[in-house]
Design a protein around this ligand. Sequence first.
Ligand code: AGP
Length: 614
Amino acid sequence: MCGIVGYIGARQASDVILSGLRRLEYRGYDSAGLAVIGDGGNVSVRREAGKLDGLVNMVKSDPVDGLIGIGHTRWATHGVPNRTNSHPHTSMNSRIVVVQNGIVENYLTLKEELQAEGVKFVSDTDTEVIAHLAERFYESGLDFVTSARKTLQRLQGSNAVVMLSPEHPDTLVCARLGNAGGITLGLGEGEMYIASDIPAILDYTRQIVFLENGQMSVVNQNEYVVTALDGTVLEHEVHNIPWDPVSAAKGKYRHFMQKEIAEQPQSIIDTLRGRVDFDKGTVTLPEMNLTAELANKINKIYTIACGTSYYSGLVGKFLLESIARMPTEVEYGSEFRYYDPIVDDKTAVLAITQSGETADTLSAVEQAREKGATMWSIVNAFGSQAMRSADGYIAMQTGPEIGVASTKAFTTSITDQYLLALKLGELRGVLSAERIAELVNDLALLPDMSGQVLNDEAQYEELAKLFHRVEHFLFIGRGINYPIALEGALKLKEISYIHAEGYPAGEMKHGPIALIDETMPVVAIVPQDDLYDKMISQVQQSKSRGGTVIAIATEGDTRIENEADHVIFVPKTSKYLQPIINVMPLQLLSYHIALRRGCDVDQPRNLAKSVTVE
Ligand code: AGP
């Protein structure tokens, strides 16, 4: 997924674009570029492979002057990460310049069509066809905006596009087709902003317009219009964003991931705010639009998500089934679409997504919705597609999550599923008011307990010293903590590039135990719950095969230190909330191991924060 920024106004466009791209670099860091129209209508294009710093230095040594421009930071899908394949792409006669996020699925057909007319291509990207196609329409006598519209109508797939033309130095055209990540307009005084995501323009405005699927906008310095692709002018809402620029900055932390791990106690407080009344022992979820009638009509939830959000959904399944007695299946967005799930108007699909823009998740829930399902979402990115298109949603309220490896969104989304389970349990009459009050009360200490886990990083630095050179790790857990083993393994994989597997501990003897020897550390999640003895036996079996065991255990457990090589003690809370506490040591362990290995913790190789292509 790429990051896009556009600007027209009274400031130097390159300044606004580069600061915006800096805030979007988590969306892709294979290459970066910008194009600015200067006096006299000449377009200056600067493009560089690699991280944004390369482009920043290039512009520093060879500045570009102009008050209108577009910029891009890339996550490569078509064409290797190099300067030639970097955006912006310019048409053959330099009359159209384009940046794009997404995939033009019919680009080969369009390319052959254009090549047959003598158009010369210079890159291996799908994007370049957009510039050439628009120029062809333009040179057929159509105006810039109509040429852009005609071009957009020819594109297949999910795409977010911004175009400019040197012959129209007062106009930017942008569009959103499908689920290719957002296009957000930022409204200023005598200036206008375009961005893939809110953090890019938070320094300049809080007045935001979100383009919906199939919408385009023609943007000038003092005005803009939102239309359909056939040119019909459309009504639209202007949102005021509750986030501040500071929340999108690193502050005193070395990395966004470190900051976001440390923010979890506050994130949990923020997600409970306005929803939990500790005195009355009640839960209210205003944006979920839940009624007793709907809660009793729904007989199945399909939780749909990807990556870390999927693992959050696996913990949520335990909460929704055991607390609300609501049958729940958890499905990968990328798989759900391609098998024929049984979905009808008694089904609810619950999308869990930090970014709210993950294409696999969005397309899967849309498909279920077409079959009559009610769509719910638990989402962090304010105003994102998953929030706007839901029948009911729970905003995570954690502020921007910038580190590619998701942390606070994981613990917050589990907390939100706990709230959803309590509310459904209440409305379905399976929970008494007393039981709800008890379960609400268990939340009261959660932020504090999280703080306790996070305030001793020294032990993780020690463990990282011992284990940062190993090439394989195994994470095991049982029951509601099995997904935590999966998440621990994913965190380590993502940021340290160590091969790690998460496994249900009971499955070990059916295969993975063969992997264990003195070179394979085993992280075992061993809380003092009804599966404690079974986990202890897993620890013993791993030890008996020569494995080194790091145990996540609850305070007061006097036995575990005799069983495991290294023990990280965490506070004990209810079995339903223990996974939230248990994952934080795994986040810190991965962070410190990656740090010791010299990895780029916030921008791991080959990854990006929101995956807006299939
Ligand atoms: C997690 O650390 C990863 N960044 C990735 O697995 C992520 O969870 C996944 O892409 C889903 O993203 P979403 O929550 O924004 O939909």
